[in-house]
Write a protein that binds this ligand. Structure first.
Ligand SMILES: Cc1cc2nc3c(=O)[nH]c(=O)nc-3n(C[C@H](O)[C@H](O)[C@H](O)COP(=O)(O)O)c2cc1C
Length: 156
């Protein structure tokens, strides 16, 4: 039986900056020193419940729009919630939120839904707000690496 662990990244990237964020997350998750972790990136509108059931850990990425997560990520949750409820309890997850100014509404909303699913936060959702800075990419890269390395070592 394979010991490969599965890391799923579901991230909405509607702009060049958010595209860089998902690429950085993937770069970290696929770091050459990390072995035995298979990483899959799927945009939220294409991700389905079976993808979540495949995963041993999940990274969520979203923009903040009108004080809430992107409609795309919300649609993902709407579709996977009941099929995954009671089948993904204690799923380790992390999230990054790209917001122009705030990000709090999105953080609260993700917290409520993942609490309903009984998922387990690896760390507080990361809010990347204000004018875009390249250090956001470094933060995302570290987040990807953290989850993949934690899966590899069995911490999560
Ligand atoms: C329709 C729309 C609504 C937005 N609403 C919010 C918001 O409520 N709070 C916030 O902090 N940023 C808001 N933003 C800014 C986006 O979060 C930001 O533009 C997005 O994350 C992309 O980042 P980028 O400009 O660095 O590519 C909004 C942007 C759009 C297009």
């Amino acid at each position: 039986m394979s010991n490969t662990k599965h890391l799923l990244i579901v991230a909405h990237n509607p702009s060049p900056n958010t595209q860089k964020l998902v690429e950085a997350t993937l770069r970290g998750a696929r770091h050459e020193d990390i072995e035995g972790v298979s990483v899959k990136y799927i945009p939220p509108l294409q991700a389905v419940a079976d993808d979540v059931l495949w995963a041993d850990a999940i990274i969520l990425g979203t923009t903040e729009n009108f004080g809430y997560m992107s409609g795309a990520l919300k649609d993902f949750f709407d579709r996977i919630y009941y099929p995954c409820l009671e089948r993904t309890e204690a799923m380790p997850y992390a999230a990054y939120i790209r917001a122009g100014l705030d990000g709090t509404g999105t953080k609260i909303a993700i917290g409520k839904i993942t609490t309903g699913l009984k998922w387990k936060p690896v760390q507080e959702p990361m809010i990347l707000h204000g004018e875009y800075r390249s250090e956001f990419e470094q933060q995302c890269e570290e987040l990807g690496m953290l989850l993949a390395a934690s899966l590899e070592s069995g911490i999560i």
